[in-house]
Design a protein around this ligand. Structure first.
Ligand code: COA
Ligand code: AMP
Length: 646
């Protein structure tokens, strides 16, 4: 897709021309895109290649993200427009929050945080479900120039503790509980356990009491959210927007790495705002004033970018949906929300679509709703399987667009830029690179491979605005994780193919990350938990194919010699241990005791071969294997649970 000097110029405004321009003259391209943002000090240049690990975007500019997402709309004619439409089938609650009301709520909460000692650059951990107050918290941090770090509610206390210890927040914002269709999840005991375990102790916690499970507050440390905010509002305490450097961090979002220790992905302020603002009209084809429905969770990057920041930066109405695609109450839930709020765009994960398809294979629920405002469905988080895409195209009679993301990038790496003129959809492909992404498939030696050949997908440095400049407190880990495999490139750790038309197909990770129901999980992290069980000698966790969730984790354990307790009891303990240590989101339900693990002669566990056996795919015995008979034992053990080929 590179522009060469002799190539005929593609027509202006088309994808090909826009992408070529972004690589040919990034300064001009991104300074032009930056005009969508209100700057306190506008950028005079887009990029400084001498700063940071690979350069920094908008190095001389200052701005405030909350001003851009909230105040400028509240004061610029959108005061009465809904900013947030909260729809919570799990509590039977709906709320319409205008831009003016959002500004007031955020200004007061920022005043409260300021009184609790939070200022520019300080961290605030947010452990909250999908309620408006969580968004108020994120935006209040942005208002103060503080750095939020949202932790997904499905993580256990231990994972929360690791994040609190790493981010060292001054304050934690939490709710008393989250609500899953099957149960109320009390968050406060998890928070208390995390704070007891963490070496870092925040000065204060602000706790939103929800009636489904109220929490006991620790005197001196915990503050009741509603009371504190009401008092501050009555006293007229509000905080104004604090301008920060465009290169200052807006948030840290922890994501699974190959070890048990999550990576703190840092998002800068200016580049992120510019990239998201570019994406709204050009990638998603959504205009200010329209409604955008992203059915993710604010605990994930997709939620940060497309529930919170991008729709608000663009003056849209965002839907905050505290429910599931199925079961709240049925498989028509997503279409009901699209219809009720006239959403122009729905963004969800393929796993959600598979769940809907399973319950409503003939898409009968779609016809029950008026979807006249709805134009396109976007999918991300895992590979969109062609069957589900084709099903959704037929069911909705609208474009279904797969696009490829990472927490690290903050916005799509590849997608179909509907606003620039939709390109032909190829099922199974995430379409073409977005502006600023100079993408290639490399072989093991770091050389670009011919079109149609599989390899590791890499992005030539610098990464475009919006992508991570570093990892929190760990520049060295940033370099060693992403920049050293192929000097001059960012290693995505995704394998894939670019075809002759420049379309990108992402096939899967090259590391030990797995993707379960669109959630990114580290098998290394699960292995660390299994290995901590006193009866376990060694273990290996792999992701095996799952029709609904894409993958599900499967743990093989070898017990210590002399252990005589029944293996099914130990296996149940292992399942419980992963749930307790990592959280229900790990969806770890399968522990299998085996006599031995298959290894190479140098002692490397043959996870790839185990996965092929479990997935029922053709496999061959690796020539380096120490004892080929072990693979048959693995196959037999899987077969005992009804997994793998017969
Ligand atoms: N707080 C607490 N627990 C949570 C949680 C949260 N926010 N989110 C999920 N969990 C729990 C679930 O209750 C479940 O617990 P269980 O083992 O007791 O049943 C467990 O974590 C696994 O959840 P999940 O993998 O999501 O499975 P599910 O069966 O509850 O739902 C889907 C299946 C497909 C409906 C659901 O995974 C889904 O909507 N996925 C979309 C993912 C997504 O949007 N990803 C973001 C990327 S775009
Ligand atoms: P996360 O950081 O949680 O967003 O997960 C990122 C990973 O999810 C990527 O590295 C991919 O492996 C996978 N992924 C996300 N979107 C897609 C997609 N559209 N197609 C294929 N894989 C995807």
């Amino acid at each position: 897709m590179d522009a060469t000097p002799d190539a005929p110029n593609p027509p202006p405004g088309t994808y090909a021309e826009v992408h070529a321009a972004s690589l040919r003259d990034p300064e001009a391209f991104w300074l032009d895109a930056a005009r969508a943002i209100d700057w306190a000090r506008p950028p005079t240049r887009a990029f400084d290649g001498s700063a940071g690990a690979y350069g920094r975007w908008f190095p001389d500019a200052t701005l405030n993200a909350c001003h851009n997402a909230v105040d400028r709309h509240a004061e610029g004619g959108r005061g009465d427009q809904a900013a947030i439409l909260y729809d919570s089938p799990v509590t039977g609650t709906k709320r319409r929050i205008t831009y003016a009301a959002l500004r007031d709520a955020v200004a007061v909460l920022a005043g409260v945080l300021h009184d609790l000692g939070v200022g520019r650059g300080d961290r605030v951990v947010i452990y909250m479900p999908m309620v408006p107050e969580a968004l108020f918290g994120m935006l209040a941090c942005a208002r103060l120039g503080a750095v939020h770090s949202v932790v997904f509610g499905g993580f256990a206390a231990n994972e929360l503790a690791i994040r609190i210890a790493d981010a060292a927040p001054k304050v934690v914002l939490a709710a008393s509980c989250g609500i899953e269709p099957s149960r109320v999840v009390a968050y406060k005991p998890l928070l208390d356990a995390a704070l007891a375990a963490s070496v870092h102790k925040p000065g204060a916690c602000l706790i939103l009491q929800r009636p489904q499970a109220t929490a006991d507050l620790v005197p001196g440390r915990d503050h009741d959210w509603a009371e504190t905010v009401a008092r501050a509002a009555a006293e007229g305490r509000r905080a104004d927007c604090v301008n920060v450097a465009a290169t200052d961090p807006l948030y840290i979002l922890y994501t699974s790495g190959t070890t048990g220790k999550p990576k703190g992905v840092v998002r800068d302020t200016g580049g992120y705002c510019v990239a998201l603002a570019w994406s709204m009209p050009n990638l998603y084809d959504v205009a200010p004033g329209e409604t955008y429905f992203c059915a993710s969770d604010i605990g994930w990057v997709v939620g940060h970018s497309y529930i919170v920041y991008a729709p608000l930066l663009h003056g849209c109405t965002t839907v905050l949906y505290e429910g599931k695609p199925v079961g709240t109450p049925d498989a028509g839930a997503l279409w009901r929300v699209v219809s009720d709020y006239g959403a122009a765009c729905l963004f969800t994960a393929p796993t959600a679509l598979r769940a809907v398809k399973k319950e409503d294979p003939r898409a009968e629920r779609v016809g029950a709703y008026d979807l006249s405002a709805f134009r396109s469905l976007f999918l991300a988080g895992e590979r969109a399987d062609p069957d589900s895409v084709a099903w959704a195209e037929r069911a909705l009679d609208r474009p279904v667009i797969d696009h490829w993301w990472q927490t690290e990038t903050g916005w799509a790496i590849a997608g179909n830029p509907v606003g620039l003129g939709r390109l032909p959809v190829k099922h199974g492909s995430a379409c073409v690179p977005m502006p600023g992404y100079d993408l290639a498939v490399l072989d093991e030696a770091g050389k670009p491979v011919p079109a149609g050949t599989m390899g590791t997908i890499a992005l030539r440095l610098p990464l475009p605005p919006g992508c991570l400049p570093t990892l929190w407190g760990s520049e060295e880990r940033f370099r060693s994780s992403y920049l050293t495999t192929y000097p001059g490139w960012y290693d995505t750790s995704d394998a894939g193919i670019v075809d002759a038309d420049g379309y990108v197909t992402v096939l899967g990770r090259t590391d030990d990350i797995i993707n379960v129901a669109g959630h990114r999980l580290s098998t290394g992290g699960m292995e660390a938990v299994l290995a901590s069980h006193p009866d376990v000698a060694e273990c290996a966790v792999i992701g095996i194919r799952d029709a609904l969730k894409g993958e599900q984790p499967c743990g093989f354990v070898v017990l210590k010699s002399g252990v005589e307790r029944p293996t099914d009891v130990i296996e149940d303990e292992l399942v419980a241990l992963v749930r307790e240590q990592i959280g229900p989101v790990a969806a770890f339900k399968l522990a299998l005791t085996v006599q031995r693990l298959p290894k190479t002669r140098s002692g490397k566990i043959l996870r790839g071969t185990m996965k092929r056996i479990a997935d029922g795919e053709p496999w061959t015995t690796p020539p380096t294997i120490d004892d080929a008979g072990v693979l048959d034992e693995i196959g037999a053990s899987l077969k005992g649970r009804g997994i793998g080929a017969g």
